[in-house]
Design a protein around this ligand. Structure first.
Ligand code: 15L
Length: 262
């Protein structure tokens, strides 16, 4: 499938490029600057997410959009509003105008970060954002829902956990998503029939994960990696210094700017 990948210069996009290519997909890249490692003959469209016309141009002529571009952690409300909220709107609207088949939206566990770690969530769990960043991801999920309900644009919103080469901290024992499993999840979302407006968790086959959805049955997502294999490494048992972060799913995003009396 021919896919526009936004945020092409980011670490996750860089890890996905060879994997999605090996899975048979053709990539168009976009970002606000040309990623240094991109080959000269790569299909690249320069687009700030805030630049509606540039985003529309980037969406033109592809089958699907993989929207990874965003500010990827907490920031000021104004910056999140411009890049993540307005940017996601430009992408969904660009995909609709271009007649793209579907959008795969990189949502985040921070859309549900205020849930305690003691509960296991499925895809029906309403958002409980832990930050402006998480709020922007919840907004993206609602955009996806509206573009399906009103315009028939299919989507999968992936509530991604911690997409890292390998787990490096205790929280990752539950939240880790390997690059191979993410590529497999995206591939399944691209190939699924009748996706509608789906929400899935981007998490590997971690024994101690907090999220379980129906993605195995509905799209054939069968992750292979398990953070338990790394649980014995140094530092992997260290709790977070702040109790709020240690007890809530979003980790350090939870206590940042927290003003409620404890
Ligand atoms: C995310 O959504 C962030 O983009 C990433 O930087 C990590 O914080 C990750 O979640 C996580 O929760 O580990």
């Amino acid at each position: 499938m021919h896919i526009l990948m936004t945020g092409a210069g980011g670490a996750v996009a860089t890890a996905l490029t060879p994997r999605l290519t090996a899975l048979g997909h053709r990539l168009r890249f976009s970002d606000r600057v040309r990623p240094p490692g991109l080959p000269d003959d790569a299909d690249f469209v320069l687009a700030e997410l805030t630049d509606e016309a540039a985003v529309f141009r980037a969406c033109d002529g592809v089958d699907a959009v993989l929207h990874l571009g965003a500010i990827s952690s907490e920031d000021s409300f104004d910056r999140i509003l411009d890049v993540n909220i307005r940017g996601a709107h430009n992408v969904f609207e660009g995909a609709r105008r271009a007649g793209n088949r579907r959008v795969i939206f990189a949502s985040s566990n921070h859309a549900i970060g205020m849930y305690p770690r003691s509960v296991t969530l499925d895809e029906t769990a309403p958002p409980r954002p832990d930050s402006y960043y998480g709020l922007s991801k919840a907004y993206g999920e609602l955009l996806a829902r509206m573009y399906w309900d009103k315009h028939g644009l299919e989507s999968a919103c992936l509530r991604i956990g911690s997409c890292e080469v390998k787990p490096t901290q205790k929280r990752h024992i539950s939240t880790w998503l390997s690059h191979d499993d993410l590529a497999h999840l995206i591939d399944r979302c691209l190939r699924a029939e009748g996706l509608g407006a789906a929400i899935f968790y981007g998490v590997s086959a971690n024994e101690r994960r907090w999220w379980r959805d129906r993605s195995a049955d509905t799209i054939g997502y069968h992750p292979k990696d398990n953070a338990e294999d790394y649980a014995g490494l140094p530092g992997m048992q260290d709790p977070m210094p702040n109790m709020l972060d240690e007890t809530h799913q979003g980790g350090t995003f939870v206590s940042a700017n927290y003003t409620r009396a404890l």
